[in-house]
Write a protein that binds this ligand. Structure first.
Ligand code: FAD
Length: 469
């Protein structure tokens, strides 16, 4: 067999293990691993500040795993790939597929152009358990509701492929033509990232350690534990999955191989199913990131009060569980799923601020910011998505706090101003008497805000507006 010379173009798959594009290229001959900072990316699809930090470390880690041979470029991908093909007599180009509308259109165009130059271009599935076009109803239309999508579609389709392992003995194409990762300027000028990254090991190895720890110590409490933000009983794999530092296939099969055929394991796997569903929706409805899935919401009378939005973003709404969540996000680049739902419900249903404002704040501040999961999550909470939460289900942030942070651990951690309040009042400090507040050192409106909105009135207003739709 003649040795091929293959460019492997890394995009959201910063790993060597179970990377089909890389694995196949190594099996066929010499390899030129490439990352391109695509300067044509439209604003809506650019990484936010937190994502850029993660990307910086993910690229450095990938470069180490590839023996320092990752070639980094910045510019127009087609121009860069074309030049590399002619300089190094490249025969093949490989990549793992991406699913947002910008990257799909770009990749189709690039594939066409490179094929015209005589290169063989092959794309692979490295990111999803099931391709969105493979899962259809018996009448060949797409699913719109999660449960039948997952149970009758995904679980009845052929099983996700077995992970490929690490390619051995990579032969690199010799080239010194590369930027350094530092040249991409991904780190912030004010170094907030150092503190935020404490506790994260942004590497492929870190992703595997995270998974192993979750499987050893947490999965058997997942079904119930996943709802309590004060305990860390979820996997926290989302940034690793987003950046492809671990493949979803690896996660899926490791859970299955442990024979954890339990409610806990099934629940965890169905959350991976939600990730699939978000990508499915984005693929079949490419405007998901900015357009209501249910068009009747196009007339919803959102309000934009900048002061309220700022209070929400900075964790100063006067509603403790909301503030705890928004501060967790700001300080750590992460937020627990239960709290994501609470803060999103508060923004859209109590403050009546358009979900797109919240989604864009999340995209800028989350390490796991992901256009599919984020748009899916926001549209679900706002009620305008596919299979969304019914409009009349408006989270009460006080009872949510009581139920899911019953000892106030989470609130006290992120809203330490309230830590001396009796538990009874920690979820709604405005209900405490002046005497109780002063004993706990709390002066509402001074060292902790009064609620920026009346929860009952705003709930009723939202209900009437939603009903009118
Ligand atoms: C308003 C809102 C915004 C969100 N934005 C994002 C986002 O930008 N990026 C992101 O990855 N997730 C997002 N989610 C989904 C979910 O909150 C996170 O995936 C989860 O909190 C990550 O923590 P974990 O890895 O510990 O999850 P686990 O509970 O351990 O779940 C394992 C994996 O399953 C996937 N998953 C879990 N829950 C969901 C879900 N509801 N929807 C889609 N996939 C899911 C994730 O990849 C996650 O890593 C959002 C949810 C909401 C309500």
């Amino acid at each position: 067999m003649t040795m091929k010379k293959t460019i492997v173009w890394f995009r959201e798959d910063f790993r060597v293990s179970d990377n089909p594009a890389l694995f196949t290229a190594v099996a066929n001959g010499e390899v030129l691993p490439v990352y391109i900072n695509d300067i044509n990316t439209p604003t809506d699809f650019l990484p936010g500040a937190a994502s850029k930090v993660w990307l910086h470390h993910a690229l450095n880690d990938l470069n180490n795993s590839l023996d320092g041979c990752l070639h980094v470029f910045s510019g127009n991908p087609l121009d860069i790939l074309t030049k590399l093909i002619s300089t190094y007599k490249i025969t093949d180009v490989h990549w793992n597929r991406c699913y947002d509308k910008y990257q799909i259109a770009r990749d189709i165009q690039i594939k066409k152009s490179l094929c015209n130059l005589g290169a063989n271009v092959t794309s692979f599935n490295g990111h999803l358990l099931w391709e969105p076009w493979e899962i259809l109803k018996s009448d060949k239309t797409q699913y719109k509701v999660f449960t039948p999508y997952y149970r009758s579609g995904c679980l009845k389709a052929p099983s996700p492929r077995i992970p490929l392992g690490k390619p051995q003995n990579i032969i690199y194409i010799n080239s010194k033509n590369s930027l350094q990762v530092d040249n991409l300027d991904l780190l912030p000028k004010i170094r907030w990232d150092i503190k935020a990254l404490e506790g994260w090991d942004v590497s492929e190895n870190g992703a595997h350690k995270h998974l192993d720890e979750f499987l050893a110590n947490k999965i058997d409490q997942y079904k119930i534990g996943r709802d309590f933000p004060g305990t860390q009983l979820t996997s926290r794999l989302s940034p690793y999955l987003h950046f492809g530092q671990i493949s979803v296939h690896t996660v899926w099969h490791k859970v299955k191989d442990l024979s954890l055929v339990s409610d806990e394991a099934n629940r965890f796997m169905s959350e991976l199913g939600w990730r699939e569903f978000s990508y499915y929706l984005l693929f079949h409805f490419p405007e998901l990131y900015k357009t209501n899935w249910q068009s009747k919401f196009n007339n919803f009378p959102w309000r934009l009060n900048h002061k309220d939005l700022k209070a929400w973003q900075s964790g100063n709404t006067g509603i403790p569980i909301v503030d705890a969540g928004m501060r967790e996000l700001w300080q750590t680049g992460f937020m627990h799923n239960r709290v994501r739902m609470i803060v999103a419900s508060f923004l859209t249903k109590n403050l009546l601020i358009d979900w797109r404002r919240g989604a864009s704040w999340f995209l800028d501040t989350l390490f796991d910011a992901d256009i599919a999961n984020n748009s899916g999550g926001w549209q679900w909470v706002a009620g305008c998505g596919a299979d969304a939460q019914p409009y009349f289900r408006i989270f009460n942030p006080v009872t949510q706090g009581e139920k899911f942070d019953p000892e106030g651990i989470y609130i006290k951690k992120y809203v330490p101003e309230l830590k001396n309040l009796p538990l009874k009042y920690i979820y709604a400090p405005w209900l405490a008497s002046n005497e109780i507040l002063s004993k706990a050192g709390v002066v509402l409106g001074n060292n902790y805000p009064l609620p920026i909105v009346d929860l009952a009135n705003s709930r009723n207003l939202a209900l009437s507006l939603y009903k009118a739709l």
